[in-house]
Design a binder for this molecule. Structure first.
Ligand SMILES: [Zn+2]
Ligand SMILES: [Zn+2]
Length: 388
């Protein structure tokens, strides 16, 4: 089958110490410290095997994510930009949906022809973190498209326990649209997990500030609107991304690089009639330039949810956090608590339509050109169709 593979040289930086496990498996926790000269290639490889607890999917749609770009791109030192857990060579692709074309002998709840979206975080269910219910923080996590073969391929075999059926979507929109929407569940789930699972402070009517209008920020915007947000204010320096945030229903979009001498606090106060924001969602990965700067504009009992990866360590106004009872939560991943199920239902009910951020749909054979095009970050989301 055809597959898009990521290759790189295993070249740990001189001052970087690897664990024995990392040395043995080449699954390294800090990709940018180890992998040099990354490149992608469209390769012809063997079809995946099928274990008894797995289903084989014909991949219908797979999104290109910012993380895929960061594995493919390198910095001035030639090292991969992606900072987290990654192994090469590997097949990319973790935001996807497909059709079940083969069912392992031990699978109970899936049948031939089922349409499913698949969790990227491959939690074990047995470690202490999993047993406490924190699947995104699994000690033995494998990540589909990062440490094990992903979905930028004609076929993929995945454990049935990571699959969520798309029945509601197929019934309302037909199979093809259901599979396209299914590929958008994973990134939407990342925003959902931060906003509704990590803290339970969400209320309809909350004023919301969202930093970053990439796919996660756009999902946060759509979810804030669907969840009955009051003022939904989105900050992003890119004009095209701000326009997309408006399309998702933001009540105000602001270029943080052109504040006319006002502070972020000033702008948020102006846009919230002096009442401040109840919810803050960081999806830009620059906490030192976003949540660090919100102080007076945090309402009493405000929640700050930090999702975006990267940036410098922020200095936070912790006195304000105390005097106003502000809560801060980091958020990672998208599994557990039925997140996929609820995102699928929100899409099926027509309350969010993440298809609006899809700027192009291409066959897998155009994948390399699509990655090149995304270097400019003008597109919000390109979807690949491996079986077209
Ligand atoms: Zn992703
Ligand atoms: Zn686990």
């Amino acid at each position: 089958m055809k597959a898009l593979t990521l290759n790189a040289e295993f070249a740990p930086k001189a001052d970087h110490v690897l664990s024995q496990r990392e040395l043995d498996t080449h699954k390294v926790k800090n990709g940018f410290m180890v992998w040099k000269n990354p490149s992608i290639e469209l390769a012809e490889i063997a079809d995946p095997e099928l274990q008894p607890n797995e289903v084989r999917l014909e991949v219908a749609a797979v999104g290109i994510c910012g993380s895929d770009m960061h594995m493919y791109e390198s910095g001035s030192d030639g090292y991969m930009i992606y900072p987290s857990l990654v192994k090469t060579p590997n097949i990319l692709g973790h935001e996807f949906a497909g059709k079940v074309v083969e069912v392992g002998s031990a699978v109970r709840d899936l049948e031939l022809g089922d349409l499913v979206a698949v969790e990227e975080v491959q939690w074990c269910g047995e470690c202490t973190a999993c047993r406490r219910g924190f699947l995104n923080h699994c000690d033995n996590t494998e990540e589909l498209g990062f440490t094990i073969p992903g979905a930028m391929a004609e076929y993929i075999s995945v454990k049935a326990k990571y699959c969520w059926k798309l029945d509601e979507l197929a019934n309302k929109f037909g199979d093809e649209e259901a599979l396209l929407m299914g590929a958008l569940v994973e990134p939407t789930g990342v925003a959902y997990h931060g906003m509704f699972n990590r803290l339970t402070t969400w209320k309809p009517g909350n004023n919301v500030v969202i930093f970053g209008a990439g796919p996660i920020g756009l999902a946060a915007t759509a979810l804030a609107v669907a969840g009955g947000g009051g003022e939904v204010i989105v900050f992003d320096p890119s004009e095209s991304r701000r326009a997309m945030a408006e399309t998702m229903g933001a009540s105000a979009v602001v270029d943080p690089t052109a504040l006319d001498g006002f502070s972020l606090d000033d702008i948020v106060m102006q846009l919230t009639y002096g009442r401040g924001t109840d919810t803050v969602v960081e999806c830009a990965g620059v906490a030192d330039r976003t949540i660090q700067l919100l102080d007076q504009s945090l309402a009493v009992n405000a929640s700050v949810i930090d999702i975006g990866m990267g940036g410098k360590r922020p200095e936070l106004p912790t006195v304000t956090y105390k005097t106003k009872g502000v809560q801060l939560a980091g958020s990672l991943g998208h599994v557990g608590c039925g997140t996929f199920q609820n995102v699928i239902r929100l899409m099926a009910a027509g309350r969010i339509d993440m298809r609006k951020m899809v700027s192009d749909r291409l066959p897998l054979t155009d994948a390399i050109a699509a990655f090149k095009r995304l270097e400019s970050r003008e597109d919000s989301k390109i979807i690949l169709h491996p079986n077209r």
